[in-house]
Design a protein around this ligand. Structure first.
Ligand code: A3P
Length: 320
């Protein structure tokens, strides 16, 4: 189902025919909408979500560039905001039997996919949602509301390798695999899901500087290096700080343990389960390391990507 990217409404078809398009990594085509690349089905979800999503001030929205650790942060945010109901050390924790994408749904890729208008009345407050939408395409209602955004991105060299591996895993066998060279070119040109990655990152970076109480900007590398510190800062930012008692009892580390790559990737649900949209849960767990690009990229590729990052991010204060 994931791959039937051209099954869209007549209205969406008319829009697509006006947009620039390129061949995709997974889907047949990517379309450029509001400056960023989407596949057709997803674009229908974007438009529906822009029209109909009504945020509540207490909502928490996780925004990420694809392959930046979305699955990990979904797990962390879920366990953080639900910690009074579900202690991370308890055997009945929902993360032990559910993939994080089930617990924290994507707006445009799940709830509003195919132009649906979901009934969100069963979501308890604070509602937790996620999106890959660039800032310019966020529903205006989100930009205007008091809801909080956690933004996560990652070193583009690792994003690229993770995305290359992920899309090859999800491609139908008869489509064959994409060579690293084929998709590297596209990535550098900004033609990847929700790309250009630099514009995605920069817009949230700049917004987070303007409005640090609304957007918490975080990288995968920072989270890997100082998980305890960032989890406590996230709790402060979201208005649910850890109490001294919780810290003394080891709650922060317990939460990081249940959400760790080793724990999550070895759970039955993540080894054998599938999402309703068809992706195997294990596709979201590869090796979870910083710097794996060193095993794949040539010197020329590294230089090219680093040059792009330098040129695009110059003067912003954001560096990889
Ligand atoms: P790698 O492909 O480099 O291993 P996303 O969730 O945004 O799709 O990102 C997927 C990346 O996050 C993959 O990176 C995956 O292995 C890594 N990942 C998934 N769960 C993780 C966890 N609990 N801790 C750290 N990294 C994790």
């Amino acid at each position: 189902k994931y791959l039937k990217d051209d099954e869209v409404s007549q209205e969406c078809m008319s829009l697509l025919s006006t947009l620039p398009s390129e061949s995709g990594w997974l889907s047949k085509k990517l379309y450029k909408y509001q400056g960023f690349w989407h596949n057709a089905r997803q674009l229908q979800g974007v438009i529906s979500c822009q029209k109909y999503f009504q945020p509540q001030d207490t909502d928490i929205l996780l925004v990420t560039t694809p392959k930046s650790g979305t699955t990990w942060l979904k797990a962390i945010l879920f366990s953080l905001v639900n910690r009074t109901h579900f202690k991370p050390t308890k055997g009945d924790h929902p993360l032990l039997t559910n993939n994080p994408h089930t617990l924290v749904p994507f707006l445009e890729l799940k709830l509003y996919i195919d132009g649906q208008t979901p009934d969100l009345s069963s979501f308890a407050s604070p509602r937790l949602f996620s999106t890959h939408l660039p800032y310019v395409s966020l529903p205006k209602s989100i930009q205007d509301s008091k809801c909080k955004l956690v933004y996560l991105c990652r070193n583009p060299k690792d994003i690229f390798i993770s995305l290359w591996a992920f899309t090859n895993k999800l491609r139908l066998q008869e489509m064959g695999t994409n060579s690293i060279e084929q998709v590297f070119e596209k990535f550098c040109e900004g033609v990847s899901l929700y790309g250009p990655f630099w514009d995605h990152m920069l817009s949230y970076w700049n917004e987070s500087l303007k409005n640090p109480d609304k957007i918490y900007f975080l990288t995968y590398e920072e989270m890997k290096e100082q998980p305890n510190l960032h989890l406590r800062k996230l709790a402060d930012f979201l208005g649910c700080p850890f109490s001294t008692k919780e810290v003394e009892e080891g709650m922060v580390d317990d939460m990081l343990d249940i959400c760790s790559f080793d724990n999550m990737s070895n759970l039955k649900v993540n080894k054998e389960g599938k999402l309703p949209s068809g992706e195997s849960n294990n596709a979201f767990f590869r090796n979870g390391k910083v710097g794996d690009w060193k095993n794949y990229l040539t010197m020329e590729m590294v230089e090219r990507l680093e040059k792009i990052c330098e040129e695009k991010l110059v003067g912003s204060g954001l560096k990889f």
